[in-house]
Design a protein around this ligand. Structure first.
Ligand code: OGA
Ligand code: NI
Length: 341
Protein backbone atom coordinates (compact mmCIF):
# COMPACT_ATOMS: atom_id res chain seq x y z
CA UNK A 1 0.00 0.00 0.00
CA UNK A 2 2.70 2.44 0.95
CA UNK A 3 3.96 1.74 -2.55
CA UNK A 4 1.18 3.81 -4.12
CA UNK A 5 2.58 7.13 -5.35
CA UNK A 6 -0.70 8.82 -4.42
CA UNK A 7 0.00 7.91 -0.77
CA UNK A 8 3.37 9.67 -0.44
CA UNK A 9 3.93 12.00 -3.39
CA UNK A 10 4.28 15.18 -1.30
CA UNK A 11 8.01 14.47 -0.76
CA UNK A 12 10.45 17.09 -2.10
CA UNK A 13 12.99 14.87 -3.87
CA UNK A 14 12.38 12.11 -6.34
CA UNK A 15 13.39 8.75 -4.75
CA UNK A 16 16.27 7.02 -6.51
CA UNK A 17 14.16 4.09 -7.62
CA UNK A 18 12.16 6.49 -9.80
CA UNK A 19 15.19 8.08 -11.48
CA UNK A 20 15.76 6.68 -14.98
CA UNK A 21 19.27 6.36 -16.42
CA UNK A 22 20.23 9.37 -18.58
CA UNK A 23 19.33 7.75 -21.94
CA UNK A 24 15.87 6.72 -20.79
CA UNK A 25 14.72 10.04 -19.33
CA UNK A 26 11.85 11.80 -21.05
CA UNK A 27 13.93 14.50 -22.77
CA UNK A 28 11.31 16.83 -24.19
CA UNK A 29 8.74 17.28 -21.46
CA UNK A 30 6.89 19.89 -23.37
CA UNK A 31 6.89 18.19 -26.72
CA UNK A 32 5.26 20.48 -29.25
CA UNK A 33 1.53 20.01 -28.76
CA UNK A 34 0.95 19.21 -32.33
CA UNK A 35 -2.05 19.82 -34.51
CA UNK A 36 -0.77 16.82 -36.46
CA UNK A 37 -2.93 14.35 -34.55
CA UNK A 38 -6.21 14.64 -36.46
CA UNK A 39 -9.43 15.65 -34.73
CA UNK A 40 -12.41 13.84 -36.21
CA UNK A 41 -15.89 15.32 -35.79
CA UNK A 42 -18.11 12.24 -35.56
CA UNK A 43 -21.30 14.26 -35.90
CA UNK A 44 -20.33 14.72 -39.53
CA UNK A 45 -20.54 10.98 -40.16
CA UNK A 46 -24.25 11.14 -40.86
CA UNK A 47 -25.34 10.84 -44.45
CA UNK A 48 -23.43 8.84 -47.02
CA UNK A 49 -21.08 11.60 -48.14
CA UNK A 50 -20.21 12.66 -44.61
CA UNK A 51 -19.66 9.07 -43.57
CA UNK A 52 -17.22 8.36 -46.38
CA UNK A 53 -15.33 11.54 -45.59
CA UNK A 54 -15.05 10.63 -41.89
CA UNK A 55 -13.92 7.10 -42.78
CA UNK A 56 -11.18 8.56 -44.94
CA UNK A 57 -10.06 10.88 -42.15
CA UNK A 58 -9.93 7.98 -39.69
CA UNK A 59 -8.03 5.75 -42.13
CA UNK A 60 -5.42 8.44 -42.82
CA UNK A 61 -5.00 9.08 -39.11
CA UNK A 62 -4.60 5.35 -38.38
CA UNK A 63 -2.08 4.92 -41.20
CA UNK A 64 0.00 8.02 -40.40
CA UNK A 65 -0.10 8.22 -36.62
CA UNK A 66 -2.11 5.33 -35.25
CA UNK A 67 -3.81 8.10 -33.26
CA UNK A 68 -6.72 10.52 -33.62
CA UNK A 69 -9.13 12.38 -31.39
CA UNK A 70 -12.91 12.30 -31.69
CA UNK A 71 -15.29 15.12 -30.78
CA UNK A 72 -19.10 15.31 -30.97
CA UNK A 73 -19.02 11.57 -30.36
CA UNK A 74 -22.32 11.19 -28.53
CA UNK A 75 -20.93 10.45 -25.04
CA UNK A 76 -22.47 13.07 -22.75
CA UNK A 77 -20.02 15.77 -21.68
CA UNK A 78 -21.50 16.00 -18.18
CA UNK A 79 -21.14 12.24 -17.72
CA UNK A 80 -17.47 12.43 -18.72
CA UNK A 81 -16.90 15.26 -16.25
CA UNK A 82 -18.71 13.39 -13.50
CA UNK A 83 -16.69 10.26 -14.14
CA UNK A 84 -13.38 12.13 -14.06
CA UNK A 85 -14.44 13.71 -10.74
CA UNK A 86 -15.28 10.27 -9.34
CA UNK A 87 -11.88 8.88 -10.43
CA UNK A 88 -10.12 11.78 -8.69
CA UNK A 89 -12.18 11.15 -5.54
CA UNK A 90 -11.19 7.50 -5.70
CA UNK A 91 -7.47 8.30 -5.59
CA UNK A 92 -8.07 10.78 -2.75
CA UNK A 93 -9.72 8.11 -0.57
CA UNK A 94 -7.97 7.32 2.71
CA UNK A 95 -5.21 4.71 2.58
CA UNK A 96 -7.25 2.00 4.34
CA UNK A 97 -9.99 2.25 1.78
CA UNK A 98 -7.57 1.96 -1.14
CA UNK A 99 -5.62 -0.86 0.49
CA UNK A 100 -8.63 -3.17 0.12
CA UNK A 101 -8.22 -3.06 -3.62
CA UNK A 102 -4.43 -3.01 -3.77
CA UNK A 103 -3.10 -6.14 -5.45
CA UNK A 104 -0.06 -7.17 -7.45
CA UNK A 105 -1.81 -10.26 -8.71
CA UNK A 106 -2.45 -9.76 -12.39
CA UNK A 107 -5.26 -12.30 -12.40
CA UNK A 108 -7.38 -10.31 -9.95
CA UNK A 109 -9.90 -8.55 -12.14
CA UNK A 110 -10.47 -5.34 -10.16
CA UNK A 111 -7.30 -4.04 -8.59
CA UNK A 112 -5.29 -1.04 -7.68
CA UNK A 113 -1.55 -1.13 -8.30
CA UNK A 114 1.36 1.16 -8.92
CA UNK A 115 3.89 1.53 -11.76
CA UNK A 116 3.30 -1.68 -13.74
CA UNK A 117 2.22 -5.28 -13.12
CA UNK A 118 5.93 -6.07 -12.90
CA UNK A 119 6.60 -3.76 -9.93
CA UNK A 120 8.51 -6.40 -7.99
CA UNK A 121 10.86 -7.10 -10.89
CA UNK A 122 11.45 -3.47 -11.84
CA UNK A 123 14.62 -1.64 -10.92
CA UNK A 124 13.05 1.72 -11.66
CA UNK A 125 9.37 2.42 -11.17
CA UNK A 126 6.99 4.67 -13.04
CA UNK A 127 5.32 7.65 -11.39
CA UNK A 128 1.83 6.30 -11.76
CA UNK A 129 -0.90 4.49 -9.86
CA UNK A 130 -3.60 2.63 -11.70
CA UNK A 131 -7.04 1.23 -11.01
CA UNK A 132 -8.14 -1.43 -13.46
CA UNK A 133 -11.24 -3.54 -14.00
CA UNK A 134 -13.31 -5.12 -16.79
CA UNK A 135 -16.43 -3.32 -18.01
CA UNK A 136 -18.18 -5.70 -20.36
CA UNK A 137 -20.59 -7.40 -19.91
CA UNK A 138 -21.47 -4.65 -17.50
CA UNK A 139 -23.96 -6.53 -15.32
CA UNK A 140 -21.38 -9.23 -14.55
CA UNK A 141 -18.49 -6.88 -13.86
CA UNK A 142 -20.01 -4.11 -11.86
CA UNK A 143 -20.29 -6.08 -8.60
CA UNK A 144 -16.50 -6.34 -8.48
CA UNK A 145 -15.92 -2.61 -8.90
CA UNK A 146 -14.94 -0.23 -6.08
CA UNK A 147 -17.75 0.51 -3.61
CA UNK A 148 -16.27 3.88 -2.76
CA UNK A 149 -16.79 6.67 -3.76
CA UNK A 150 -20.49 5.90 -3.35
CA UNK A 151 -21.32 7.07 -6.88
CA UNK A 152 -18.59 4.96 -8.52
CA UNK A 153 -20.70 2.11 -9.86
CA UNK A 154 -23.58 4.27 -10.99
CA UNK A 155 -21.53 6.94 -12.78
CA UNK A 156 -18.85 4.69 -14.27
CA UNK A 157 -21.47 2.11 -15.27
CA UNK A 158 -23.35 4.76 -17.25
CA UNK A 159 -20.12 5.96 -18.85
CA UNK A 160 -19.05 2.43 -19.81
CA UNK A 161 -22.32 1.82 -21.63
CA UNK A 162 -21.83 4.94 -23.72
CA UNK A 163 -18.16 4.23 -24.35
CA UNK A 164 -18.93 0.70 -25.52
CA UNK A 165 -21.40 2.14 -27.98
CA UNK A 166 -18.88 4.70 -29.21
CA UNK A 167 -16.29 1.95 -29.53
CA UNK A 168 -18.51 -0.10 -31.78
CA UNK A 169 -19.32 2.94 -33.92
CA UNK A 170 -15.62 3.56 -34.43
CA UNK A 171 -14.97 -0.12 -35.17
CA UNK A 172 -17.70 -0.07 -37.82
CA UNK A 173 -16.05 2.92 -39.50
CA UNK A 174 -12.62 1.28 -39.39
CA UNK A 175 -14.06 -2.01 -40.68
CA UNK A 176 -15.60 -0.17 -43.61
CA UNK A 177 -12.38 1.80 -44.20
CA UNK A 178 -10.40 -1.45 -44.39
CA UNK A 179 -13.05 -2.85 -46.75
CA UNK A 180 -13.59 -5.84 -44.52
CA UNK A 181 -16.91 -7.67 -44.45
CA UNK A 182 -19.52 -6.17 -42.14
CA UNK A 183 -19.02 -7.19 -38.51
CA UNK A 184 -15.46 -8.44 -39.05
CA UNK A 185 -14.19 -6.52 -36.01
CA UNK A 186 -17.30 -6.82 -33.89
CA UNK A 187 -17.19 -10.34 -32.59
CA UNK A 188 -14.70 -12.24 -30.43
CA UNK A 189 -12.05 -9.70 -31.45
CA UNK A 190 -13.76 -6.89 -29.56
CA UNK A 191 -15.79 -8.79 -27.00
CA UNK A 192 -14.09 -7.43 -23.90
CA UNK A 193 -13.63 -3.92 -22.63
CA UNK A 194 -11.48 -3.06 -19.67
CA UNK A 195 -10.87 0.26 -18.01
CA UNK A 196 -7.59 1.48 -16.57
CA UNK A 197 -7.63 4.74 -14.67
CA UNK A 198 -4.13 6.19 -14.65
CA UNK A 199 -3.27 8.60 -11.88
CA UNK A 200 -0.11 10.69 -12.00
CA UNK A 201 0.38 12.86 -8.90
CA UNK A 202 2.55 16.00 -9.14
CA UNK A 203 6.16 14.85 -9.44
CA UNK A 204 9.18 16.46 -7.71
CA UNK A 205 11.27 16.19 -10.90
CA UNK A 206 9.42 15.29 -14.13
CA UNK A 207 12.66 15.47 -16.15
CA UNK A 208 14.06 12.35 -14.46
CA UNK A 209 11.13 9.97 -14.61
CA UNK A 210 8.12 8.82 -16.63
CA UNK A 211 4.46 8.17 -15.87
CA UNK A 212 4.28 5.37 -18.44
CA UNK A 213 7.11 4.14 -20.64
CA UNK A 214 7.06 3.97 -24.42
CA UNK A 215 4.56 1.28 -25.37
CA UNK A 216 1.91 0.22 -27.83
CA UNK A 217 -1.35 -1.08 -26.37
CA UNK A 218 -1.90 -4.84 -26.82
CA UNK A 219 -5.60 -4.64 -27.74
CA UNK A 220 -7.70 -3.68 -30.77
CA UNK A 221 -8.35 0.02 -30.12
CA UNK A 222 -8.13 2.22 -27.03
CA UNK A 223 -10.44 5.13 -26.21
CA UNK A 224 -8.82 7.49 -23.74
CA UNK A 225 -10.18 10.43 -21.79
CA UNK A 226 -7.00 12.33 -21.14
CA UNK A 227 -8.63 15.13 -19.12
CA UNK A 228 -7.39 18.68 -19.24
CA UNK A 229 -3.76 18.20 -18.20
CA UNK A 230 -1.27 17.43 -21.00
CA UNK A 231 1.06 14.45 -20.62
CA UNK A 232 0.32 11.99 -23.42
CA UNK A 233 2.98 11.88 -26.16
CA UNK A 234 3.07 9.93 -29.42
CA UNK A 235 6.19 8.85 -31.29
CA UNK A 236 6.16 9.99 -34.90
CA UNK A 237 9.28 9.81 -37.11
CA UNK A 238 11.48 9.40 -34.00
CA UNK A 239 10.06 12.56 -32.41
CA UNK A 240 7.72 12.75 -29.45
CA UNK A 241 4.67 14.88 -30.12
CA UNK A 242 2.19 15.97 -27.47
CA UNK A 243 -1.51 15.18 -27.79
CA UNK A 244 -3.45 18.36 -27.12
CA UNK A 245 -6.06 18.02 -24.37
CA UNK A 246 -9.37 18.96 -25.99
CA UNK A 247 -12.47 19.40 -23.84
CA UNK A 248 -14.63 16.26 -23.82
CA UNK A 249 -12.67 14.53 -26.57
CA UNK A 250 -11.64 10.90 -26.68
CA UNK A 251 -8.16 10.06 -27.89
CA UNK A 252 -8.37 6.89 -29.99
CA UNK A 253 -5.37 4.75 -30.79
CA UNK A 254 -4.64 1.59 -32.75
CA UNK A 255 -3.38 -1.31 -30.64
CA UNK A 256 -1.24 -4.27 -31.72
CA UNK A 257 -4.26 -6.42 -32.61
CA UNK A 258 -5.64 -3.97 -35.16
CA UNK A 259 -2.13 -3.43 -36.49
CA UNK A 260 -1.85 -7.19 -37.08
CA UNK A 261 -5.39 -7.70 -38.40
CA UNK A 262 -4.82 -4.88 -40.92
CA UNK A 263 -1.55 -6.60 -41.88
CA UNK A 264 0.45 -3.56 -40.85
CA UNK A 265 -1.67 -1.05 -42.76
CA UNK A 266 -2.84 0.64 -39.57
CA UNK A 267 -0.09 1.70 -37.25
CA UNK A 268 0.14 0.49 -33.67
CA UNK A 269 1.71 3.69 -32.46
CA UNK A 270 4.18 4.00 -29.62
CA UNK A 271 3.16 6.40 -26.90
CA UNK A 272 4.08 7.32 -23.34
CA UNK A 273 3.02 9.59 -20.49
CA UNK A 274 5.23 12.24 -18.91
CA UNK A 275 4.57 13.75 -15.49
CA UNK A 276 4.42 17.35 -14.37
CA UNK A 277 5.43 19.16 -11.20
CA UNK A 278 2.26 21.10 -10.49
CA UNK A 279 -0.92 19.28 -11.29
CA UNK A 280 -2.28 15.82 -10.70
CA UNK A 281 -3.17 14.19 -13.99
CA UNK A 282 -5.85 11.50 -14.25
CA UNK A 283 -6.65 9.70 -17.49
CA UNK A 284 -9.13 6.91 -18.22
CA UNK A 285 -8.26 4.33 -20.87
CA UNK A 286 -10.93 1.98 -22.23
CA UNK A 287 -9.27 -0.96 -23.93
CA UNK A 288 -11.46 -2.73 -26.49
CA UNK A 289 -10.05 -6.15 -26.57
CA UNK A 290 -10.29 -9.69 -27.94
CA UNK A 291 -11.55 -12.59 -25.87
CA UNK A 292 -8.71 -14.74 -24.52
CA UNK A 293 -9.44 -17.64 -26.85
CA UNK A 294 -9.85 -15.69 -30.05
CA UNK A 295 -7.48 -16.29 -32.90
CA UNK A 296 -5.79 -13.18 -34.20
CA UNK A 297 -4.26 -12.98 -37.66
CA UNK A 298 -4.03 -10.66 -40.67
CA UNK A 299 -7.49 -10.53 -42.30
CA UNK A 300 -7.57 -12.93 -45.25
CA UNK A 301 -9.18 -10.21 -47.39
CA UNK A 302 -6.13 -8.00 -46.85
CA UNK A 303 -3.44 -10.48 -47.84
CA UNK A 304 -2.50 -12.01 -51.16
CA UNK A 305 0.43 -12.73 -53.44
CA UNK A 306 1.33 -9.04 -53.59
CA UNK A 307 0.74 -8.46 -49.96
CA UNK A 308 1.84 -11.55 -47.99
CA UNK A 309 0.79 -11.85 -44.35
CA UNK A 310 3.30 -10.18 -42.05
CA UNK A 311 2.21 -12.09 -38.96
CA UNK A 312 1.35 -15.65 -37.97
CA UNK A 313 -1.97 -16.56 -36.40
CA UNK A 314 -2.01 -16.76 -32.60
CA UNK A 315 -4.32 -17.11 -29.66
CA UNK A 316 -4.84 -13.76 -27.97
CA UNK A 317 -4.44 -15.06 -24.41
CA UNK A 318 -0.98 -16.38 -25.21
CA UNK A 319 0.13 -13.14 -26.82
CA UNK A 320 -1.16 -11.13 -23.87
CA UNK A 321 0.87 -13.19 -21.41
CA UNK A 322 4.05 -12.35 -23.28
CA UNK A 323 3.02 -8.73 -23.56
CA UNK A 324 2.29 -8.38 -19.86
CA UNK A 325 5.69 -9.77 -18.91
CA UNK A 326 7.43 -7.14 -21.08
CA UNK A 327 6.14 -3.82 -19.82
CA UNK A 328 8.65 -1.17 -20.78
CA UNK A 329 9.78 -2.98 -23.90
CA UNK A 330 6.76 -3.83 -25.97
CA UNK A 331 8.39 -3.67 -29.40
CA UNK A 332 10.00 -7.08 -29.04
CA UNK A 333 6.67 -8.66 -28.18
CA UNK A 334 5.70 -8.86 -31.87
CA UNK A 335 8.94 -10.59 -32.90
CA UNK A 336 7.88 -14.23 -32.37
CA UNK A 337 4.73 -13.62 -34.41
CA UNK A 338 6.40 -12.07 -37.43
CA UNK A 339 6.58 -14.13 -40.64
CA UNK A 340 10.11 -14.67 -41.87
CA UNK A 341 10.31 -14.64 -45.64
C1 OGA B 1 -2.40 3.61 -21.33
C2 OGA B 1 -1.91 4.92 -21.80
C3 OGA B 1 -1.82 7.33 -21.56
C4 OGA B 1 -2.18 8.42 -20.61
O1 OGA B 1 -3.08 3.58 -20.28
O2 OGA B 1 -2.11 2.60 -22.03
O3 OGA B 1 -1.21 4.95 -22.77
O4 OGA B 1 -2.23 9.55 -21.08
N1 OGA B 1 -2.23 6.04 -21.11
O5 OGA B 1 -2.39 8.16 -19.43
NI1 NI C 1 -1.28 3.05 -23.83
Amino acid sequence: MEKLVSSWFTIKTLPENYVFPAGKRPGKLHAPVSKAIPVVDLEKACGLHGRLDIIQQIMEACEDHGFFQVINHGVQATLMEDAMAVFKEFFELPGEEKSRLFSEDNSQSCRLYTSTVNYRKEEIHFWRDALTHPCRPLAECVQHWPEKPNRYREVIGALCEEVNELGSRILKLICEGLELEKGYLENELSKETSLTVNHYPPCPDPSLTLGLSKHCDPNLITLLIQGDVPGLQVLKDDEWIGVEPLPHAFVVNVGYLLHIISNGKLKGAMHRAVTNAKTTRTSAAFFINAAENSIVQPAKALVGAENPPLYKAFRYGEFFKTYASHSGDTEIVLEPYKMKY
